[in-house]
Ligand binder design. Structure first.
Ligand code: HEM
Length: 342
């Protein structure tokens, strides 16, 4: 996926320079699409992909939004009783990753008495804790650590199959963590068209069961969202569902401002102590009016949307406005912005 970064990439906003543009072809189909994590990916606008946990300019704002959602709706967080060890495993793994990726802002140290000391200078926070001692943190450990990262987190227990038995998910794209918790990996993917018949999900399941500690993988997923709205979960459908109708009526300028390409970078990590799998979902949103600054992205996204089969468009919730979205992109060329689409 290596590409030539255009000369004017430096003048693009960080949201584009680090945007994980998901399309590698003019036609999109579901696939297992996993690759080893950690390798930077060059794009037509810059680069993404180095850290497992990614902090950007929306850090505080998104953490505040997550805290508010959790306060309003406690079902976005669950840790089934047998997942306590995995929750601690996930918390320490995430803190280690943050400290390694952002040493200027975050430090994790082991003190002489065996306690851990976490310092997050971006939040002005210092927290001491004893590993696996729930009373040493102000909150359940998974919920607490979800206040340090922008990623949503799901933990899967591996028995005969993988089961989504814990998590904190506040930014779900049209699904419900509270409904899915406790389900198997195959059940969770039940609503997705094609993937069972095409063997995508059984291959993914076999792959995940063999995942090794310290060898994280990643994949991307995408959809469209109306407005810069992270929380498009089933629970809040009445707040955002009607926008899919309303966006058809707005003028062209408003359409480009409202419609966002929504990309999830998903990391898959085998946790070292518990053996559970940690699934991280980091969501990025770029409005079409900004996306068109990168010419190859404009053209490719238009092609993908125009070609997207009905069942996939319907499942993604974009069927009513994806043809207008494709036309809008075709009609809004700005020229320049790179040679290659990735
Ligand atoms: C949806 C594939 C891992 C949870 C999907 C979709 C695909 C997919 C193709 C449809 C997305 C769309 O059209 O927008 C995969 C593959 C994986 C993987 C290939 C691993 C290699 C996981 C894991 C979880 C998960 C580990 C954790 C529980 C979900 C959920 C949905 C989804 C909740 C939405 C389902 C709904 O509509 O209710 N996945 N996935 N996925 N995936 Fe995965």
């Amino acid at each position: 996926m290596s590409t030539t970064v255009p000369a004017r990439a430096g003048s693009l906003p960080a949201s584009l320079r680090h945007f994980p543009f998901p399309f590698t072809d003019d036609v999109y189909r579901y696939s297992t699409n996993v690759e080893p994590a950690g390798r930077p990916v060059a794009t037509a606008a810059g680069q993404w992909g180095e850290p497992l946990v990614d902090i950007d300019g929306h850090y505080r704002e998104e953490l505040t939004e997550r805290a508010e959602i959790l306060r309003r709706d406690p079902t976005r967080h669950a840790v089934l009783p047998h997942m306590r060890v995995a929750a601690w495993d996930a918390a320490l793994t995430l803190l280690r990753e943050l400290a390694a990726a952002y040493p200027d802002d975050m430090t994790l140290t082991r003190e002489a008495d065996g306690r851990w000391r976490w310092e997050n200078r971006l939040l002005g926070l210092t927290q001491r804790f004893v590993y696996a001692d729930d009373a040493s943190l102000p909150d359940e450990p998974l919920r607490w650590v979800s206040g340090q990262v922008q990623e949503d987190i799901v933990l899967l227990d591996q028995r005969d199959q993988l089961y989504g038995d814990a998590g904190v998910v506040t930014f779900a794209a049209d699904w419900s963590f509270g409904f899915d918790v406790g389900m198997s990996f195959l059940e969770i993917h039940g609503p997705v068209p094609r993937i069972r018949q095409e063997g995508v999900i059984t291959r993914a399941h076999e792959f995940l069961k063999r995942l090794q500690p310290h060898q994280p993988y990643r994949r991307t997923n995408w959809t469209l969202t109306v407005g810069r709205r992270l929380d498009v979960s089933t629970e809040t459908y009445p707040d955002w569902g009607p926008d899919r109708e309303l966006v058809q009526q707005v003028d062209n300028e408003t359409f480009g401002r409202l419609v966002h390409l929504r990309v999830e970078v998903q990391h898959l990590v085998r946790l070292p102590d518990s053996g559970s799998i940690m699934f991280l979902i980091r969501t990025y949103l770029v409005p079409f009016e900004d996306l068109v600054a990168v010419e190859p992205w404009r053209l490719r996204t238009a092609m993908v949307l125009a070609e997207l089969p009905e069942d996939m468009a319907d499942y993604k919730g974009v069927i009513k406005y994806k043809d207008r979205a494709a036309r809008w992109l075709r009609d809004h060329g700005t020229r320049g912005g790179g040679e290659h689409p990735e």
